[in-house]
Ligand binder design. Structure first.
Ligand SMILES: [Zn+2]
Length: 554
């Protein structure tokens, strides 16, 4: 007879349950936590119970368990897209198979790589390259440079945060973009001709009809990238733009995929309102679609808050950062969506009982969200909605105070401090750069906060995110950006587990190792609270336990 209860003996369990912070063993039954504590005690009570046979599993007796990591803001579909491209990045991106892609420090090296790819790809196939960082190379790409790679093959290069793109003439021609009548998001030179730069989703959308295969996000392409999550120690992740390539299609893809018996990730879909409303025909229909999808939720596929979007990206210089503008003289950015429209959508979602997550980097962007939540709560008071602001680079202390009063939670993009803190110093000046993603202020004011890697914004490496949250040290100059915002390792661990679960209204099910919760664990080779904090980003991850099943990283 096989045991239907497994007791995992470990070196240490960090529970994230303050009333019982540590333990040495955890018993699991039916994918749930049956008991947590000392091995001897658990075994004693199991022996004296009628719950059935049990076995003690010693696989983890030299390992440290903590709750499975919860990523409150990542992109599953978008990662499936970028991992179908060729990496031309300036920072190391993890390969799904393990290890990292090579880096190309200068624009010349990137162009050489593109030429090499052009020689190797079948004639006529598009060349899609990803993760180019204009801040690290110090140079934008130009249409002539991409035309020098090929005038026949369509070429698209995305910058790493996915807010700026470059196209060659062949791609623009294929997309029907010529002459002076350019669609929104397609930039031109002084003579009115396109210069190859596309910015924000609107620019990308204008060429996508010429690349239909690229955005056909199939089950296989999603399945291919899922091991990235297990390798980090994640057991629940949010896709923060579900439906950007078709909402009903995405719902169907995810529910099918996550139903498979070897699945080892829970995905929370944040329905992307902009394209979702267009696809559904109206905001009311969209709300109806979201509610219908929520009725069909499974344990592995959940519908989360509705995703809204205010401003662009600061390091892509598309966000309106406010007085006195960008310090490198670049023109001020714009709101990507009409604030009135955001406000209306947020209020309607709130009235309908749907929580929201809004992308907002700049102070004006954060203010749009706070004003909208205030208006929504004035029109119809709904306690405990946990509306959320995501990224929140430049949120001020008074805005955080307002967030606290309104019950608004924040998700910070702290890995940007490590990867792009030096660029923020140049773009925003020292004061704003020092206080980006102000974790210290959020903590002091008691605002619920978390952090995320937001690939393709930065790679799917949670421990780099934790390290950046703890140390706030920049990559190139090793400046500590705002030492007053540094937090202890324990705070970072809470942010990536129970606090992220709370923000998703899932804290009764996941996020801590407590009786009755789902048996989702992150399995580590070392104790994150004991290692030298400078080594936190390289902490070895064995894999996960998903729903009680050990799942080693591939
Ligand atoms: Zn995102």
């Amino acid at each position: 007879m096989t045991a239907d209860i497994t007791v995992f003996e470990t070196k240490k369990i960090i529970t994230m349950y303050p009333e019982q912070p540590f333990a040495e063993a955890v018993a699991v039954k039916d994918g749930r936590i049956l008991a947590i504590g000392k091995l001897q005690e658990i075994v004693y009570w199991l022996k004296h119970s009628s719950l059935g046979p049990y076995m003690v599993d010693t696989t983890f007796n030299d390992k440290v368990l903590m709750p499975g990591i919860v990523d409150a803001h990542t992109h599953v579909e978008l990662q499936a897209l970028i991992y179908s491209g060729h990496f031309v990045g300036q920072i190391p991106w993890p390969r799904v198979e393990g290890g990292f892609y090579p880096v190309y420090p200068s624009k010349a090296e990137v162009l050489n790589r593109l030429m090499d790819l052009d020689k190797r790809l079948p004639p006529g196939d598009p060349l899609y390259a990803v993760a180019y960082d204009e801040n690290k190379t110090g140079e934008f790409l130009h249409i002539e440079e991409l035309d020098a790679v090929s005038t026949k093959r369509p070429i698209l290069v995305s910058n790493l945060v996915f807010h700026r793109f470059w196209a060659n003439s062949a791609l623009l021609l294929k997309a029907g973009i010529t002459g002076n009548n350019l669609p929104p998001g397609v930039q031109s030179d002084e003579s009115g001709k396109p210069n190859g730069t596309l910015f924000e989703a609107k620019g990308l959308m204008s060429v996508l009809p010429a690349l239909p295969d690229l955005v056909n996000i199939t089950n296989e392409r999603i399945r291919y990238i899922l091991p990235l999550f297990t390798r980090g120690g994640y057991t629940t992740v949010c896709d923060a733009a579900v439906g950007v390539f078709g909402m009903q299609k995405a719902f169907a893809t995810f529910s099918g995929l996550l139903h498979e018996p070897d699945n080892r990730i829970r995905i929370v879909a944040l329905p992307w309102a902009k394209t979702g409303v267009a696809e559904a025909g109206s905001l009311e229909n969209f709300i109806g679609w979201v509610k219908d999808a929520a009725k069909k939720e499974t344990d592995a596929f959940r519908i989360g808050p509705v995703k809204l979007y205010t401003d662009g990206s600061i390091i892509s210089r598309t966000s309106p950062i406010g007085w006195p503008g960008y310090w490198d003289g670049f023109p001020e950015g714009d709101m990507e969506n009409d604030p009135k429209e955001i406000r209306e959508m947020l209020i309607r979602c709130h009235e309908a009982g749907l929580s929201t997550v809004t992308h907002a980097n700049s102070r004006p962007g954060c203010q749009v969200v706070l004003d909208a939540v205030n208006a929504a709560q004035t029109l119809k008071y709904r306690p405990d909605m946990r509306h959320r602001i995501d990224h929140a680079y430049n949120i001020t202390s008074s805005q955080l105070q307002r967030a606290k009063a309104l019950g608004v939670t924040v998700q910070f993009f702290t890995p940007q401090i490590y990867y792009y803190g030096d660029a923020h110093l140049k773009l925003q000046g020292p004061d704003r750069a020092r206080h980006i993603t102000p974790t210290g202020t959020a903590k002091r004011l008691g605002v619920s906060w978390g952090f995320h890697n937001d690939p393709p914004g930065t790679p799917q490496l949670p421990w780099v995110g934790a390290w950046a949250t703890v140390h706030r040290q920049t990559l190139e100059s090793e400046t500590i950006l705002g030492p007053e915002h540094c937090v202890p390792v324990e705070d970072a661990l809470r942010a990536m587990t129970i606090d992220a679960a709370y923000q998703l209204h899932l804290d009764s099910e996941i996020g801590s190792i407590e009786f009755g919760k789902k048996a989702d664990f992150c399995v580590l080779e070392a104790d994150p609270t004991e290692v030298d904090p400078m080594e936190l980003k390289d902490i070895p991850v064995w894999g996960t336990v998903f729903s009680g099943r050990p799942s080693p990283a591939l």
